[in-house]
Design a protein around this ligand. Structure first.
Ligand SMILES: O=C(O)COP(=O)(O)O
Ligand SMILES: [Mg+2]
Length: 220
């Protein structure tokens, strides 16, 4: 059994795609462009702003208009942050079961702190996280191991005893680089570039309930 569990945020702990998508569609409408349906946006959500601007405008961060668009996108997102965002089904049960066993849990995300903190404060359970590490809390975000190692330091638990759960290749790469056991969250956004069974995760789990079994926990 692990001593602690760390969760990625977007696409693993919470379904943030509707609010990210709404921010992108507001931007597209401002620019006289056609909105993109949520089902099309969803797999791109894993890459945050980069993913949204790639699908909405076909732009990569090296393109000249990217920086200004990213700033406008994030200004919209800051107003829609937690309108439709919800915990994924089963997360509540899983977290309660961890807490009932005295296990600590936390969040390690690439989302910038200025979005992570208000979002977690607005979501059920968010304020109970034992640690929260954002994309700008350490010099290098995931797939570097820094943010995960920083979380383990804060919890004072060895990486080898801490499970990291994430819905993107970079989460599993970061976990492996940190020396942590990893679980790939098949309920998340997953990205479009690499199939989940090629990520090298120790486990692929279909639902948070499946993690209950992996952690040998009873649901509560
Ligand atoms: O906002 C992002 O870039 C992705 O966030 P995540 O690491 O919680 O999936
Ligand atoms: Mg994610």
């Amino acid at each position: 059994m692990f001593e602690a569990v760390l969760f990625d945020l977007d696409g693993t702990f919470a379904d943030t795609a509707p609010d990210l998508g709404a921010a992108l569609n507001t931007l597209l409408q401002e620019d006289g462009r056609t909105p993109v349906p949520l089902e099309v946006l969803r797999p791109h959500t894993s890459a945050g702003t980069r993913g949204m601007l790639r699908v909405g405008y076909g732009l990569t961060p090296d393109a000249a208009p990217y920086a200004a668009l990213a700033q406008r996108f994030l200004a919209h997102y800051s107003t829609t942050l937690c309108r439709q965002t919800r915990l994924f089904p089963g997360i509540h049960t899983l977290v309660c079961a961890l807490e009932a066993r005295g296990k600590r849990w936390g969040i390690v995300t690439n989302k910038p702190k200025r979005f992570t903190e208000p979002l977690l404060n607005a979501l059920p359970l968010g304020p109970r996280a034992a640690c929260v590490v954002s994309g700008d809390s350490t010099p290098r975000p995931k797939p570097a191991p820094d943010s995960l190692l920083f979380a383990c330091e804060q919890l004072n638990i060895a990486p080898a005893s801490t499970l990291y759960v994430g819905d993107d290749l970079r989460d599993i790469e970061a976990g492996r680089a940190a020396g942590m056991p990893t679980a790939a969250a098949a309920w998340g956004y997953l990205g479009l570039d690499h199939p989940i069974d090629s990520w090298g995760a120790d486990w692929i789990v279909d639902s948070p309930e499946a993690l209950l079994d992996l952690c040998n926990l009873e649901s509560c």
